[in-house]
Design a binder for this molecule. Structure first.
Ligand SMILES: CC(C)(COP(=O)(O)OP(=O)(O)OC[C@H]1O[C@@H](n2cnc3c(N)ncnc32)[C@H](O)[C@@H]1OP(=O)(O)O)[C@@H](O)C(=O)NCCC(=O)NCCS
Length: 191
């Protein structure tokens, strides 16, 4: 298909960038493409109910080494939209986005988590801030959204600090463990 030269060049650049692993310096941490040798640290940090209780059920609990290897097998390539967070030179958690399909294809859902020993230092805010920028650069999406459970004020704060607006509450929308929870919906629109 013929394109204006500038648009064609930009598209070529985007495609060649996507063929290389990602490594973004986010200040307090690095956001990078997953590697096979992340499996053990991923399993050790992710196998924690204090993390899993705030995540979707697709984040397994308990979290075994096979779960970690399966996740890495799916995501350790340059086109993945799920990334490792590295802090103090160690694997520290994950961050990523997933585009919806059909009429919602210009929206992506974004998420993040950190191993408990890394909480409370601003790392999630730094990593998620970088991810938001990356998603808007790489994708033609106009909206990024995230839902935090009502019992997770830390995550709501991360979203606010990253410029997301609270849009409303999906009442009694999920069950985690034995608890029925509201989901607080946040979104950031393309500038
Ligand atoms: C949510 C999570 C990613 C936050 O990571 P983090 O690196 O500790 O977050 P940050 O340090 O960047 O920011 C946390 C903010 O929450 C605030 N906070 C911490 N505990 C809080 C509480 N009980 N109530 C309200 N705010 C709280 C902090 O003060 C900080 O805000 P501030 O900078 O204005 O002071 C981490 O706790 C986690 O991985 N939790 C489990 C998984 C999860 O919840 N994922 C998100 C699913 S939506």
């Amino acid at each position: 298909m013929w394109r204006e030269p500038e648009e064609a060049l930009a598209s070529l650049k985007r495609r060649s960038e996507r063929n290389r692993p990602t490594r973004l310096d986010c200040g307090l941490c690095v956001v990078r493409t997953y590697r096979e040798d992340d499996a053990e640290a991923l399993q050790a940090l992710a196998d924690d109910w204090e993390v899993a209780r705030y995540m979707r059920d697709r984040f397994p609990h308990p979290y075994g080494i096979a779960d970690a290897r399966e996740w890495i097998a799916k995501n350790a390539h340059p086109l993945s939209t799920n990334f490792a967070i590295e802090a103090d030179g160690e694997y520290a958690g994950g961050v990523g986005y997933m585009r919806f399909e059909n009429e919602a294809r210009l929206t992506a859902e974004a998420g993040y988590w950190l191993g408990r020993k890394f909480w409370g230092r601003g790392i999630a805010t730094a990593a998620f801030g970088c991810l938001v920028q990356l998603a808007f650069e790489r994708e033609d999406v106009v909206r990024l959204e995230a839902g935090a459970y009502s019992n997770n004020p830390r995550s709501q704060r991360v979203l606010e600090k990253c410029g997301f607006q609270r849009e409303g509450v999906h009442r009694r929308a999920v069950i985690k463990g034995d608890e029925i929870l509201d989901v607080v919906m946040y979104a950031k629109l393309r500038d």
